[in-house]
Design a protein around this ligand. Structure first.
Ligand SMILES: [Zn+2]
Length: 358
């Protein structure tokens, strides 16, 4: 499976611009060699030096009728990361209790459920594969050429290569992500357009990271949320927009869909009406349904108090959100005297509360 990462970068960058993230957040590379330093920050919630998010992809027409790629965060991915990403989405009043409890918990991820259905129906694998979620990985990097900090979208191959380098150096007790004694990564870009290819090389030459003062490190989770999180109904609408004909031809009615006329529209199931709304608008409209809209219960979550909406939450999400998040020492970590640990997997020290010290 070969993705057009240039196009993806362009699209995700466009999407970010539309949602106010700024056009120049993402790393764009001309052919040639590009030394960068990976900044292992930007995903503090997950304690990882990168963010790896699972997204579905659809091609949908924009206002001018031009097909554009849209990325949609997989709802199963959100559920698997409920304590980190889910918590953040709740805090931002984007993930509603209604969406999670009454829709996701009952019907699953709209895209993944459609995949299961089409697969069982014997639809050919290549067609079904277009609906599958794929991993998208982002890093913060310091671009040596101009000292800017960019978000680097990497393919699975580049991600694997980088992790192989990390592990190789780790086996020599070297941490390539260390701010003082870590190593730069050289990205090689060749070819143009669809033929553009990237590769990476990490030379074990220690060099201080040297982030210029006041240069902001991008919050990778925020960017992923802004560019690919949609409410449950918007996710369904994008599924219909991108795959309406295929789903209709196979007699699939999307469970949990509250706007069923879209699929049976006079245009033969191809939804050109446009999705019901963009994510931020629908979120505003759903404020009354928000988990934290009206205070009633005040559980302690992760050391802070949060107000839970009057709307009864599903036991599952309530449990997941209410459990104090006391991270346990991950496998392979080395305990320290104060009850914390050193995690060689991320090359960082954590205190007894799981807070990264450096
Ligand atoms: Zn999914």
């Amino acid at each position: 499976m070969n993705f057009d990462f240039d196009q993806m970068n362009k699209d995700i960058s466009n999407a970010a611009t539309q949602k106010g993230e700024g056009d120049n957040v993402f790393l764009k590379l001309e052919p040639g060699l590009h030394p960068v330093r990976i900044i292992p920050e930007g995903n503090p919630k997950m304690n990882l030096p990168y963010l790896r998010v699972r997204q579905h992809t659809v091609q949908v027409p924009d206002e001018t009728g031009t097909l554009k790629t849209r990325f949609i965060m997989c709802w199963n991915y959100i559920a698997e990361n409920i304590q980190t990403l889910g918590r953040e989405l709740s805090d931002k009043q984007k993930l509603t209790a209604d969406d999670f409890k009454n829709k996701y918990n009952v019907h699953g991820c709209p895209f993944c459920s459609a995949v299961k259905f089409l697969d069982r129906r014997g639809v050919d694998k290549k067609t079904v594969a277009k609906l599958l979620a794929r991993e998208a990985t982002t890093f913060n990097v310091l671009v040596r050429k101009d000292n800017t900090i960019k978000v680097w979208n990497v393919s699975n191959k580049i991600f694997t290569d980088l992790m192989n380098y990390f592990n190789m150096y780790k086996s020599q007790n070297l941490n390539m992500f260390d701010p003082n004694s870590g190593f730069d990564t050289t990205i090689s870009a060749t070819g143009t357009g669809m033929q553009r290819r990237y590769s990476v090389a990490v030379m074990g030459v220690p060099k201080p990271m040297g982030i210029p003062d006041g240069t902001p490190i991008h919050n990778l989770m925020d960017i992923a949320i802004n560019t690919s999180f949609y409410s449950y109904q918007d996710t369904i609408d994008l599924l219909k927009q991108g795959n309406g004909l295929l789903l209709q031809a196979n007699g699939y009615s999307i469970p949990g869909d509250t706007v069923t006329e879209f699929l049976n529209a006079a245009n033969g199931g191809v939804n050109n009406v446009g999705i019901t709304s963009t994510a931020p608008v629908s979120i505003a409209a759903q404020v009354s349904n928000d988990i934290f809209a009206a205070p009633s219960v005040v559980p302690v979550v992760n050391g802070t108090t949060s107000e839970i909406g009057a709307q009864p939450m599903g036991a599952e999400i309530a449990n997941m959100l209410a459990q104090p998040v006391k991270p346990t020492m991950p496998a392979g970590a080395i305990p320290s005297a104060d009850g914390g640990w050193f995690d060689p997997a991320v090359g960082a020290l954590f205190d007894a509360n799981g807070v990264k010290r450096f």
